[in-house]
Design a protein around this ligand. Structure first.
Ligand SMILES: *Cc1c(COP(=O)(O)O)cnc(C)c1O
Length: 361
């Protein structure tokens, strides 16, 4: 990223001079790399400020463009707020939204999806990987069902890109939201994939200079874009070995906690992100647990973006957890720099803290 702050600082939209050409070449290269990572073509990539904006553009852009065709959308109860809230907004404008429930393992039931389709359904939005419990929804099966009915299929892949394989062709995806900062890239940059064949109609939500083929106006930020593509490229390169390493570390963590008893794994045991473990602990106060662990490890119980909220996690509630268990839950995020020694330290700290809290009651 650094050379694009300091030397090649041109505006990629300025094509009358060399400064602009340099920046445009870097953006084109990043666009091609990102497209290749999901088996798309470069013209199908729209850069955004992140997955929140990409989701908003996908959902509102399709709803608006398909207004005369139908006003029904299907999504899932466990989606990120960056999908749920645009859906709520669209509902306030008169659209109808079906929120599919999930099974106790966090996966949707495809029969429920089949039953939810209506003649006026225009879009299905199902996330690739859940941000709290890590479960991987069956995108290819959902995509095939949508394609059969000529309904557009969007997926929020903020947690999935660079961690699990994504293929917009075999998964029949029409729109896919990406972000850099969940895969060690910079914050404030992401992209929306928008299928060209068959063409996906999309109403722009930002109007102006007509950047990104009119789909998202605003000057592009080359350092961020270069960083996004590089982060995804590194993630893809290490996906296989890193995935296996993280699964082994996750298993070490889960095994280490077993002596405690009274544990509930949240989310499917294997169909989940390698680096995600989410556990509910019986007989402890969630707030006290987080406070006790704070000196040892950076943890959260729910989504990082909603730590200000005091309500129990809607995702854990959708799995059927009661309020005390939903509060007494920890989301462990293991990553590229996590070591076995760190896992062992965390196991000791969690076991000691949970035992101490249980002894008090
Ligand atoms: C982080 C996240 C988002 C929001 O992405 P930003 O790039 O921060 O806007 C959306 N969806 C999911 C599933 C996420 O994990």
């Amino acid at each position: 990223m650094v050379p694009f702050f300091t030397e090649h600082f041109g505006n990629p939209a300025s094509l009358t001079h060399a400064y602009g050409w340099e920046a445009d070449a870097a953006v084109s290269q990043a666009r091609a790399a990102l497209a290749a990572a999901i088996h798309a073509s470069p013209e199908e990539i729209v850069f955004t400020s992140g997955a929140t904006e990409a989701n908003n553009l996908a959902l509102k852009g399709i709803a608006e463009a398909c207004f005369s065709r139908g006003r029904h959308l299907i999504t899932v109860q466990t989606e990120h707020s960056a999908v749920i809230d645009p859906c709520k907004y669209l509902a306030s404008l008169g659209f109808e939204v079906t929120y599919l429930p999930v099974q106790p393992d966090g996966l949707i039931d495809l029969d429920h999806l089949d039953q939810a389709f209506r003649s006026d359904t225009v879009l299905v939005s199902v996330m690739a990987a859940n941000n709290e419990i890590g479960v991987l929804q069956p995108l290819a099966e959902i995509g095939a069902r949508c394609r059969d009915r000529s309904i557009f299929f969007h997926s929020d892949a903020a947690q999935a890109i660079g961690k699990i394989p994504l293929n917009v062709q075999t998964m029949n995806l029409d729109l896919l939201s990406l972000t850099a900062h969940k895969v060690y890239g910079p914050k404030g940059i992401g992209a929306l994939y928008v299928r060209r064949r068959p063409r996906v109609p999309l109403a722009a939500q930002l109007h102006g200079g007509g950047h990104e083929r009119g789909r998202r106006s605003g000057t592009l930020y080359p350092p961020q874009i270069v960083g996004l593509a590089k982060a995804v490229e590194l993630g893809l390169g290490e996906m296989g070995t890193e995935g296996d390493r993280l699964i082994a570390l996750r298993q070490r963590l889960w095994q280490g906690l077993q002596p405690l008893g009274g544990l509930h794994l949240n989310g499917h045991p294997t169909q989940r992100l390698p680096g995600n473990l989410n556990v509910s602990f019986e007989g402890v106060d969630g707030q006290a647990l987080l406070l006790g662990l704070r000196p040892v490890v950076a943890l959260s119980s729910g989504a990082a973006c909603s730590t200000a909220s005091t309500a129990p996690s809607p995702v854990l509630k959708a799995l059927g957890r009661d309020d005390p268990l939903a509060y007494a839950s920890l989301r462990f995020g293991l990553g590229r720099f996590t070591t076995a020694a760190e896992i062992d330290r965390v196991v000791t700290a969690v076991v000691d803290t949970v035992q101490a809290l249980r002894d008090q009651t």
